[in-house]
Design a protein around this ligand. Structure first.
Ligand SMILES: *Cc1c(COP(=O)(O)O)cnc(C)c1O
Length: 380
């Protein structure tokens, strides 16, 4: 079936007990067993919950995978994925990772004997050079946050597999509607469902999707053993959000393209980072690998003062971290999401004091452009 049909129906058969068309929120911790050893497949709600199972089946299908596991946050999903590794293993990761992922790797997992090398994964020879005898995993985010660097997933998968590594892709920015890493050869896909999958800025969650049954069995074991499961109500919110993923993503993309072109033509804007612009250095790769360009844009105002002026002056765009919701959020990566990245690394990545990031929502785009226009006009 098509993407939207799957999004609305997979994992969501009418409730067998009542016919309810919507999967109920099974707010229960345990399940009564008929007799010793005889139950309906559910024993304890950390191990499995019907609302979570519905979401897991749904997300697996949308990513073109066989197995999905939902976690209490994107970070919990990433942490669970990393516990597939063992002390002594080495990971090559994108150099411009989500700040929370970088923090988890550097300040938590290193203490458990994992080691990390960061490489510009958009340049495969750099990745090749970073691989060591103990490397087990190539961990990629594409496009990156906030400067929208793109890694060729199919080429990264070929490289990873030729060296015996697994490839994991953080697909949070694109969602499966615009990018399906498993189909391009990735072994594991992960999401912060907090963002586009939920889409309404009202829940935190994460997911890992994969095809390999042995790895899936291990991940399910880890999900139950460590216990960072997504609760039934939060699972239900994501299930509800995902039903409109396709229409939302189309609108995020249309608005994103309109705003990127507006910014690119604006005299107060020095540079725009958006893979949908023909001036983006990897525009052709983006067109090949993604079905749309989405709603994430960063732009350079020239100075911290100018960025502050814009952020102070917007009225409709809300100053906040996070992304992927129906409402437009605007943020300042250098002091907000990327404050923990060392200043010299920020400079190297282009995360300057003047850089502003927008998660373009699905409001009427004329209103968003008018808001940005009046805010940019205040730059002296
Ligand atoms: C937000 C985000 C995460 C972390 O997810 P949480 O749900 O906040 O824990 C990981 N990766 C990317 C790309 C994100 O945007």
């Amino acid at each position: 079936m098509g993407f939207s049909t799957d999004a609305i129906h997979v994992g969501q058969e009418p409730d067998p007990a009542t016919g309810a068309i919507i999967v109920p929120i099974y707010q229960t911790s345990t399940y009564v067993q008929e007799e010793l050893g005889k139950h309906k497949g559910y024993e304890y709600a950390r191990t499995s919950n019907p609302t979570r199972s519905a979401l897991e089946r749904n997300l697996a299908c949308l990513e073109g995978g066989r197995y999905g596991y939902a976690f209490t946050s994107g970070m919990a999903a990433i942490n669970a994925l990393m516990t597939l590794l063992k002390s002594g293993d080495h990971v090559v990761a994108s150099h411009n990772l989500y700040g929370g992922s970088f923090r988890l790797f550097e300040r938590v997992l290193k203490d458990f004997g994992l080691s990390f090398t960061y490489a510009n994964t958009s340049r495969l020879p750099d990745v090749e050079r970073a691989v060591q005898p103990g490397t087990r995993l190539l961990y990629v985010e594409t496009p990156t946050n906030p400067v929208m660097e793109i890694t060729d997933i199919a080429a990264a998968a070929a490289l990873a597999h030729s060296r015996g590594l697994l490839l994991a892709v953080d697909n949070t920015f694109m969602s499966p509607y615009f990018q399906r890493p498993l189909e391009l050869g990735a072994d594991l896909v992960l999401h912060s469902t907090t963002k586009y999958l939920n889409g309404h800025s009202d829940g935190v969650g994460g997911a890992v999707i994969l095809n390999d049954s042995a790895l899936a069995e291990r991940l399910k074991f880890l999900q139950n053993a460590a216990g960072a499961i997504l609760g039934p109500f939060d699972s239900w919110l994501v299930l509800r959000g995902v039903k409109t993923l396709a229409v939302r993503m189309r609108q995020h993309d249309a608005n994103g393209q309109a705003i990127a072109h507006f910014l690119a033509a604006h005299p107060k804007v020095r540079k725009v980072y958006y893979p949908g612009l023909p001036t983006h250095p990897q525009h052709d790769l983006a067109r090949r690998q993604m079905k749309g360009f989405g709603g994430m844009i960063a732009f350079e105002t020239g100075s911290l003062e100018n960025a502050k002026t814009v952020l102070r002056s917007v009225r409709l765009c809300a100053l906040a971290e996070s992304l992927g919701g129906v409402e437009t959020l605007i943020s300042h990566p250098a002091t907000m999401t990327h404050a923990s990245v060392p200043p010299e690394d920020r400079d190297r990545l282009g995360i300057t004091g003047g850089l502003v990031r927008i998660s373009v929502g699905i409001e009427d785009v004329e209103d968003l452009i008018a808001d940005l226009d009046q805010a940019l006009a205040r730059i002296p």
